[in-house]
Ligand binder design. Structure first.
Ligand SMILES: NC(=O)c1ccc[n+]([C@@H]2O[C@H](COP(=O)([O-])OP(=O)(O)OC[C@H]3O[C@@H](n4cnc5c(N)ncnc54)[C@H](OP(=O)(O)O)[C@@H]3O)[C@@H](O)[C@H]2O)c1
Length: 337
C-alpha cells in the first residue's frame, strides 16, 4: 500500500513510529505492507517512488532542524504532490484550520480527483464541508476516514457507528476539549482562570494561542463531525452556537451543592451548541484532567457514555492505524468488525 504523508509533527512522527512497531502484525494479520512514498512538512516535499526510509528521514530532520536539502527533496507544493504522485492513500496530519479548512480541504480534493483514499486527523475540512466530502468520496468508491479527528485514540466515532448500529441517535452531549477541561478542573481546586491557563500552557496542554480551545471552536468542530456522523445532520461550523470558558467562575457554593462546570458540546435534534454548563459532579461528563467524555442517547437502549484520552500523538496515531486496517478491509471487499 503506497502512502503519502502530509505533516511530520507530533501525530505524523508518532504515526511513522507506530507503523514501524506494528509492521509485522499489520502484514501478518491484515496483509498491509505500507510504503511511504512521499512526506511533506510546511517547508519541504520529499519523494521516493521506491519508499522512503522514514527512520533516516526523521534523523535528518532532527540533526539539521529542517528537511530542506534532503537528497529526495522535490520542487512541488503539497497539493501537487497529492495530485501527481502514484499512491493509494493520503494521510493528512497537517494543522487544523477551523476558519475555512484550508489548505487541507484542497489536499482532500486533490486526493479525490486523483483517486486516492484519505485518512486524516485534521478537523478543518470536516468542520466545513463534511457532508459534501463524504458524498463525493462515496460516489467515487473512495474512503474518507477520520477516527483520530475526534477524541484522539478514544473511538467515539467507531463506537456510535458500530456498537449502536441500527439505533437512532437522539442526542449527543460531550466534553471534547481536553485543554478547557483541564483548566476547569484546576479552577475547581481554587485556581483563577488566568493561572490555570498559564499552568495548562506550561504543561503543554494549551498552545501559545489557546483561543480555539478556550473559546469553544475546537469543541464546535468536533461536535459538527460527531453529529454529522452519528445523527446525519448535514451541518457545518455555521450551525453551532459557541461560547467559551473565559468568563467562567466556579464558586465554592456551587461545588458545595455537588455541582461543577464543564464545557459541554451538545446536539439535540438540529440544535447545536458549545457552552459552559452546570452539571452534577456525579455526571459521567464531569471528567477530570484533560479527559474527554461523550454521551450518546440512543432511541431504544438509552444513554451510553465513553470516556478516554482525547488527544496525544501516540493515541491519535493508533486511530490512524485503525483507519488503515479498515481501509485495507474495504479494499479487500470485507466488512471491518
Ligand atoms: N496532537 C494531537 O494530540 C492531536 C489529536 C487529534 C487530532 N489532531 C490533529 O492532527 C493534526 C496534526 O496534529 P499535530 O499535533 O501533529 O500538529 P503539529 O505538531 O503542529 O504538526 C503539523 C505538521 O504539519 C506540517 N504542515 C503544515 N502545513 C503543511 C502543508 N501545507 N503541507 C504539508 N505539511 C504541512 C507541519 O510542518 P512543520 O513541521 O514545518 O511546521 C508539521 O510537520 C492536526 O490537524 C490536529 O488538529 C492532533
Amino acid at each position: 500500500m503506497r502512502l503519502i504523508l502530509l505533516g511530520l509533527g507530533v501525530v505524523g512522527r508518532a504515526f511513522l513510529e507506530q507503523l514501524k512497531i506494528e509492521r509485522r502484525d499489520l502484514y501478518e494479520s491484515y496483509g498491509i505492507n505500507p510504503s511511504i512514498v512521499a512526506v511533506a512538512n510546511s517547508k519541504a516535499r520529499i519523494y521516493n517512488p521506491e519508499g522512503i526510509d522514514t527512520g533516516s528521514l526523521i534523523r535528518y530532520k532532527e540533526e539539521r532542524g529542517t528537511l530542506e536539502g534532503h537528497p529526495d527533496e522535490v520542487d512541488m507544493e503539497s497539493a501537487g504532490l497529492v495530485r501527481e504522485i502514484d499512491a493509494e492513500v493520503l494521510v493528512d496530519v497537517t494543522p487544523s484550520n477551523l476558519t475555512n479548512g484550508e489548505p487541507s480541504l484542497s489536499y482532500l480534493k486533490a486526493a479525490l480527483i486523483s483517486g486516492k483514499h484519505v485518512i486524516t486527523s485534521n478537523k478543518g475540512p470536516l468542520a466545513w464541508e463534511m457532508p459534501a466530502l463524504l458524498e463525493m468520496f462515496r460516489n467515487k468508491g473512495l474512503k474518507l476516514l477520520f477516527s483520530g479527528a475526534v477524541g484522539g485514540g478514544t473511538p467515539f466515532l467507531r463506537f456510535v457507528k458500530k456498537c449502536l448500529s441500527g439505533e437512532r441517535i437522539l442526542s449527543i452531549r460531550g466534553v471534547i476539549n481536553g485543554t478547557s477541561n483541564y483548566i476547569l478542573n484546576r479552577m475547581e481546586e481554587g485556581l483563577s482562570f488566568r493561572i490555570a491557563l498559564e499552568e495548562a500552557r506550561r504543561l503543554g496542554y494549551a498552545e501559545a494561542d489557546p483561543s480555539a480551545d478556550i473559546d469553544g471552536w475546537d469543541s464546535a468542530a468536533k461536535l459538527v463531525i460527531l453529529s454529522n456522523w452519528a445523527m446525519d445532520l448535514g451541518v457545518t461550523m455555521n450551525d453551532v452556537r459557541v461560547k467559551g470558558i473565559r468568563n467562567v467562575e466556579i464558586s465554592k457554593e456551587l461545588l458545595f451543592k455537588g455541582k461543577t462546570i464543564r464545557l459541554i458540546a451538545s446536539a439535540d435534534d438540529s440544535d447545536l451548541k458549545v457552552q459552559p454548563e452546570e452539571i452534577d459532579k456525579s455526571d459521567p461528563l464531569a471528567v477530570s484532567d484533560a479527559l474527554n467524555a461523550v454521551s450518546f442517547t440512543a432511541e431504544i437502549s438509552g444513554r451510553h457514555t465513553l470516556v478516554g484520552k482525547g488527544a496525544g500523538g501516540r493515541e491519535t496515531a493508533a486511530a490512524l492505524i485503525r483507519d488503515l486496517v479498515e481501509l485495507k478491509m474495504y479494499m479487500r471487499g470485507e466488512k471491518p468488525c
